[in-house]
Write a protein that binds this ligand. Structure first.
Ligand code: ISL
Ligand code: CA
Length: 565
């Protein structure tokens, strides 16, 4: 069945404002900088912008630690600038989705400033406080996402507060109805100002298991353990979301996307289904964990080899399970992940081909595609030589814990940071080949990737064969062919470890998508159910479509092609 909603037919572009464009030379991207680049987004053809947090924040976690939900971070501008941004976006036909970070606030939020003053402060119960354990330690053994304990002792009242992220990000107590209703009020305030939706940060962590039990000891050598069983998709999550839906979401025509790690397709279907789901769509993480060791957040730093059949299994499960029931988000990058061309393709010899292959492969799937800033240029990972060059609190805490405290080999840790660190995604957007890639006239808050002379927007816009124009075409094709939005997915060549092929079918249209994930030239039998015709090619990543001769298809390194029948 085809039930149309604008967000199903849209492509979303994510802006990480700190690194997008600096308009005033202070080295920090800002709202005016975004306004100056709106025509670039129009040229790309995207429909919606998801803007990472721009609220007032001490920037312990780069804006994901909010001290005022209803004001703008001074470095980024003012509320008036924001009003100008949304007005101009709407004039140009672009929608604006804001980040909603309500699992936690900053410790500098007035609620927390009050809460920590005394045990009987009216705001005390906005957060999660516990006395020390009997032996004077943390109330439980949970590990924070960003190294160390998830608890911080507070001298003033001699209790601990819970922080799943940094100690400057205390978790809100969603059990308290007053907290929930303050959040709903704040959401309505933004929606009434014109916002077109929310990307909900770690939203499925808001409900914790009663009693906050110790996590099972999976790693006896570690002091703290991974407790996601007790805080992910918790007992009251759906109840809280249904309340939010009734109070807020149902009253607006908006896009909502949950950032939901630790979800299975079954849960994803429940969260996003059209009858009684609570979100338009969600970000699942299974494909992002494919190169990580299992067993919690620290596993991401221990890089693991993976097989293409594992990727097929993950993607296919989401494609099949949610079809006609829920809705997928499609993504390979965001501000927390390394660059996809470095991670899944080749950022050297086959940079262009592999970036286009990856783009084709995920854009032709079922769901709403997301493009992270710079992905459309094939921006790559960065290998800063020193820990001093890194700004991300996750990276810095990791270094302090592993290298400074526990004496791990610094080269090994630096290698993991090069492969997986979040700053790979946060180096400044590469606009042109001038100093600092045209991002700022001043000193950028984080170093620019040295490859900006070759990889930049100006060069891409001049080259008709660029990765940028390939993305533009993919975005456009989605507008022209219903099958890309609504078609049913089916995997082809299931056990093939080199080529990922699938079909999409909708009414009388079908697509065949073929993507070579390897650096080798390969030969495959042309799939028999399809009648080969050269003119059926919809998009390809080499000058000419692959050769088919005597029923054999030859694929060059990282070659991708889409046929429409
Ligand atoms: O960064 C990750 C990969 O190491 C994720 O585990 C990430 O911490 C998790 O997806 C939650 O991310 C979101 O909330 C964090 C914030 O630091 C991230 O930037 C944000 O996307 C806390 O608000
Ligand atoms: Ca600035």
């Amino acid at each position: 069945s085809k039930s149309t909603q604008w967000w199903k037919e849209s492509v979303v572009y994510q802006i990480y404002p700190r690194s997008f464009n600096d308009s005033n030379g202070d080295g920090i991207g800002d709202i005016e900088g975004i306004i100056q680049k709106l025509d670039y987004l129009v040229e790309l053809g995207i429909d919606v912008v998801w803007l990472s947090p721009i609220y007032k924040s001490p920037n312990d976690d780069m804006g994901y630690d909010i001290s005022d939900y209803q004001d703008i971070m001074a470095e980024f501008g003012t509320l008036e600038d924001w009003d100008r941004l949304i007005t101009q976006m709407h004039e140009k036909g672009l929608k604006l989705v804001m980040d909603l970070v309500v699992n936690h606030t900053s410790d500098e939020h007035p609620w927390f400033v009050e809460a920590r003053k005394s045990k009987d402060n009216p705001y005390r119960d906005y957060y999660i406080w516990r006395p020390p354990s009997e032996d004077g330690k943390e109330p439980n053994n949970w590990q924070s996402f960003f190294s160390g304990s998830a608890w911080q002792y507070d001298e003033a009242t001699e209790e601990y507060y819970l922080h799943l992220f940094t100690k400057k990000q205390p978790d809100l107590n969603w059990e308290n109805p007053e907290v929930r209703h303050k959040v709903y009020d704040m959401m309505r305030w933004w929606l009434d100002r014109g916002v077109d939706g929310f990307r909900m940060d770690v939203i499925n962590l808001i409900s914790k298991v009663e009693g906050l039990p110790d996590a099972p000891i999976a790693k006896p050598e570690e002091k703290y353990q991974w407790g996601s069983d007790f805080f992910a998709n918790g007992p009251r999550f759906m109840e809280f979301m249904n309340e939010m839906k009734e109070e807020v979401l149902d009253h607006y025509d908006i896009l909502t996307v949950g950032e939901t790690g630790f979800v299975t397709p079954e849960e994803g279907k429940q969260f996003t289904n059209e009858e009684d789901g609570v979100l338009s769509m969600l970000f699942q993480f299974q494909h992002m964990d494919i190169d990580a060791q299992p067993g919690g957040q620290m596993g991401k730093w221990e890089i693991k080899d993976w097989k293409l059949t594992e990727l097929k299994e993950i993607m296919s499960k989401w494609q099949v399970e949610l079809y006609n029931k829920g809705w997928n988000s499609l993504y390979l990058e965001n501000h927390d992940q390394p660059r996809s061309v470095s991670r899944f393709g080749d950022d050297e010899e086959y940079h262009k081909e592999s970036a286009k292959m990856l783009a084709t492969w995920y854009h032709m799937m079922q769901g709403t595609p997301y493009i992270y800033q710079g992905q459309e240029l094939g921006m790559t990972n960065v290998h800063f030589p020193s820990i001093e060059d890194y700004k991300d609190v996750e990276i810095i805490n990791l270094w302090n814990d592993l290298v400074e405290t526990r004496g791990y080999d610094p080269d090994k840790v630096l290698h993991s940071i090069h492969e997986k660190g979040r700053d790979n995604a946060r180096t400044p957007m590469q606009w042109d080949d001038s100093k600092n890639g045209g991002f700022t006239d001043g000193t950028p808050w984080i170093k620019v990737n040295p490859n900006y002379k070759e990889i930049n927007a100006e060069a891409a816009l001049k080259d008709p064969d660029s990765i940028f124009y390939h993305y533009k075409k993919l975005v456009q094709l989605r507008k022209e062919h219903d099958v890309i939005v609504y078609g049913e997915y089916e995997l082809v060549w299931e056990s093939d470890e080199q080529v990922y092929a699938y079909t999409r079918t909708y009414e009388d249209q079908s697509l065949l998508v073929i993507a070579n994930f390897k650096k080798e030239k390969l030969e495959r039998e042309w799939p028999e159910n399809f009648h080969y015709n050269e003119s059926d090619v919809l998009i390809q990543n080499y000058d000419e479509a692959p050769k088919v001769e005597d029923g054999k298809l030859t694929l060059r390194p990282y070659e991708a092609v889409v046929y429409k029948f």
